[in-house]
Design a protein around this ligand. Structure first.
Ligand SMILES: O=C(CO)[C@@H](O)[C@H](O)COP(=O)(O)O
Length: 209
């Protein structure tokens, strides 16, 4: 399939007892990146992968790792995710007051820096950071769990970010994460998403690949 977006399947919906096989499946199905959802049981009510798991997965594929920190205090532990093999490292604006500093530190480590916002956070909260980041991850569900329904109004933020990018010549790409499946993919793409994160639909065969 010829696609004009970056497909980033989320291993959150893979069989955790066979994560290596999940990476092969992503490669076979034409995934471009591997999206890895790091949850700390504090910023979100769920726990997932830590750096040792990511380091083990790093040995099994050369696809870029798109690591999404759904964690409180990301500045305290971001470096261990870089060491583990994150290529893109995204943290939440709601979790970090000193976002300029953290973006600089990610860049100093030679990685791409992403910022994410939950559905209730407006694009205006990112205003100062737009010239600095490489990726903006728009959550279209409340983070914490796979298999939820996309909140359509969140796609307005994608439109807004694409407009701001065009008007100001910013360089970030926009990623949509949550509830993207064969039914909602077109709306995410027509809003302007450059990256599509998909978990449950991808691993259950309800995604057009
Ligand atoms: O970060 C998250 C959930 O918190 C997402 O990455 C989900 O993993 C996407 O899963 P689906 O909504 O596609 O099932």
């Amino acid at each position: 399939m010829n696609k004009e977006y970056i497909l980033a399947p989320s291993v959150l919906s893979a069989d955790f007892s066979a994560l290596g096989d999940a990476l092969q499946f992503i490669e076979q199905k034409g995934g471009d990146w591997v999206h890895i959802d790091v949850m700390d049981g504090h910023f979100v009510p769920n726990l997932t992968f830590g750096p040792p798991v990511i380091a083990a997965l790093r040995k099994r594929t050369s696809l870029p790792f798109d690591v999404h920190l759904m964690t409180s205090n990301p500045a305290e532990h971001f470096d261990s995710y870089i060491e583990a093999g994150a290529d893109y490292l995204t943290f939440h604006i709601e979790a970090e007051i000193h976002a300029h500093r953290l973006i600089s530190r990610i860049h100093e480590a030679g990685r791409k820096a992403g910022i994410s916002l939950v559905p209730s956070t407006p694009v205006s909260s990112l205003k100062e950071l737009l010239p600095l980041v490489d990726l903006i991850l728009v959550m279209t569900v409340d983070p914490g769990f796979g298999g939820q329904s996309l909140i359509p109004s969140c796609l307005e933020k994608v439109r807004e970010l694409k407009k701001l990018k065009q008007e100001n010549d910013f360089s970030y790409i926009v990623s949509v994460d949550g509830g993207v499946n064969s039914r909602t993919l077109d709306s995410a793409l027509s809003a302007g998403s450059d990256v599509i994160v998909t978990g449950s639909a991808f691993f259950s065969g309800n995604f057009p690949v």
